[in-house]
Design a protein around this ligand. Structure first.
Ligand code: HEC
Length: 461
């Protein structure tokens, strides 16, 4: 008798025992313990860990912004059903661009990856064999290719112990010669609380620029503690209406943006920047933070086409035309025109006279925002999307850089359209205060006001 048979015997009824014995004597076994059972698929080591490590752990790790740890099977199993739900709904990893265009660094999961996660959760989340562990998916996140300048917040700041604290810091851009910003990244210091960061350029050349610097410096001095409060934009309570340029923006999970080769944003000598920090304390206790920004720079002779962040909005909205009536769950406002006249004061020296190239875009509303879109309409009626954000999320505003830039010519039109939900169900908690009854909302930088801006990174043709 084959000495292995008794081990099998306990698994088989008498009838199958005979079959088992025959099988064993022919040198193969019916799944008894003498051969390792093939690991069930999908399992953690072979199938799931590679996806989670490559697409989730950047944020879901100890101290990360995601709030819980997915770097080990223990953490992943604890969150199993939730992981299945958010991946099936495509709410994680965060990506708020519609499928009309292809963008750089898209981390979205494939249908097969989503199915694997669902099947794994449904089959009891088996570990598999670490010896068969597969390599993590390659991280698709774009990284800043070079750092030429780091600018830190001037001092550490400890955010207030409220859900969201928006704080701005005015700092010098430390270059005594004209230069160009060609890429941008943020090194968050206190990762648990840094939620969103943007940098704005203030030049003395811009309309009202020198005055704006003085106004903001005075605001900073007047407020207790470093910096000043600023919710919807860099001007805080000063409500400046000066053309302030964005230089870059960052949300967790990003490792930097490189502007397309040969393009860059001109920074004249003597400029200042406003660092706008959005801190969120939902997952962490407030602690000191001194975040740094990294810039890639280009000498003037390396820039073939000057670039800029060009905001597209209806100047008329700054009055009371962008009304979002109380109680209305779906209000849209749109603006369509050739933007070049409006941009005269905004894109500082970028020559758009014969057309321009749109390399990417970002959509900005406040917390009532539901969806938004920005697109070019050709003279023959064809619509070319720059960005559509079907489920807008105030917390995940970021720049989406097109794989293939879109060119704007004479006869084309640019549209930005925003949609808001001002029903009582959609009032959010701002600065720790409980939601209140809906009110008519108009344009403004305040947390109880709204905006609708498409901020496009453009360059000369
Ligand atoms: C860029 C950072 C980032 C990445 C990448 C990311 N998450 Fe998240 N995740 C968050 C944050 C932040 C939250 C907290 C809620 C929010 O802000 O949306 C969250 C929340 C969640 C939640 C809880 C959702 C809820 O409704 O409470 C789950 C589950 C989750 N993530 C799973 C995943 C999985 C699975 C992946 C990868 C496929 C992933 N996340 C990738 C940042 C990230």
């Amino acid at each position: 008798m084959n000495p292995k048979t008794p081990v099998c015997a306990s698994y088989f009824q008498p009838k199958t025992l005979i079959l088992g014995a025959i099988a064993a004597s022919f040198g193969f076994l019916l799944g008894c313990s003498t051969t390792p059972e093939a690991d069930p698929r999908p399992n953690w080591h072979e199938d799931i860990h590679p996806i989670i490590e490559g697409r989730c752990v950047g944020c879901h790790k100890p101290g990360g912004i995601g709030g819980f740890d997915l770097s080990t099977i223990v953490g992943a199993k604890a969150a199993g059903p939730a992981i299945k739900a958010v991946t099936a709904a495509r709410t994680m990893p965060p990506w708020h661009a519609g499928p009309e265009q292809q963008y750089r660094g898209d981390p979205s999961l494939t249908d097969a990856q989503i199915k694997a996660i669902g099947d794994w959760v449904d089959s009891g989340m088996p570990a598999g064999d670490p010896a068969n562990a597969a390599k993590p998916l390659e991280d698709v996140t774009e990284k800043l290719s070079r750092t030429d300048l780091e600018i830190s917040m001037p001092v550490a700041y400890t955010p207030k112990n409220i859900s969201d604290d928006y704080r701005c810091f005015l700092v010098d851009f430390p270059k005594d010669k004209e230069t160009y910003v060609t890429g941008f990244n943020v090194l968050p210091d206190n990762r648990g609380v840094v939620h969103h960061v943007a940098a704005f350029l203030i030049t003395t050349e811009a309309l009202g620029g020198a005055g704006a610097m003085d106004t903001l410096a005075a605001l900073d001095k007047k407020e207790v503690g470093p910096g000043y409060a600023c919710y919807g934009g860099p001007s805080g309570a000063a409500k400046l209406i000066v053309p302030i340029q964005q230089l870059g923006q960052w949300v967790p999970g990003q490792l930097g943006t490189n502007f397309p080769d040969g393009t860059g944003i001109r920074v004249p000598a003597g400029s200042k920047i406003v660092i706008q920090m959005h801190y969120n304390m939902d997952f962490s206790e407030p602690g000191p933070d001194q975040t740094k920004m990294q810039f890639k720079l280009g000498a003037p002779d390396t820039i073939k086409r000057q670039g800029a962040f060009a905001p597209w909005l209806n100047a008329g909205w700054l009055g009371t035309t962008m009304k979002i009536p109380a109680g209305n769950p779906s209000v849209s406002h749109a603006h369509t025109a050739d933007p070049r006249g409006f941009w005269k004061n905004f894109v500082g020296g970028v020559d758009v006279a014969s057309g321009f190239v749109i390399h990417g875009g970002l959509l900005h509303m406040h917390t009532l925002g539901k969806w938004a879109e920005v697109y070019v309409t050709r003279s023959n009626g064809d619509k070319v999307f720059i960005l559509r954000s079907p489920k807008y999320d105030f917390n995940w505003q970021r720049l989406y850089m097109l794989e293939k830039p879109v060119t704007f010519h004479d006869g084309d039109q640019l549209t930005v359209r925003c949609n808001w939900d001002n029903s009582s169900e959609n009032q959010s908690k701002i600065a720790g205060k409980a939601p209140s009854a809906p009110k008519d909302v108009f344009w403004g930088e305040g947390s109880l006001q709204e905006m609708c801006v498409a901020n496009l990174y453009i360059s000369e043709l």
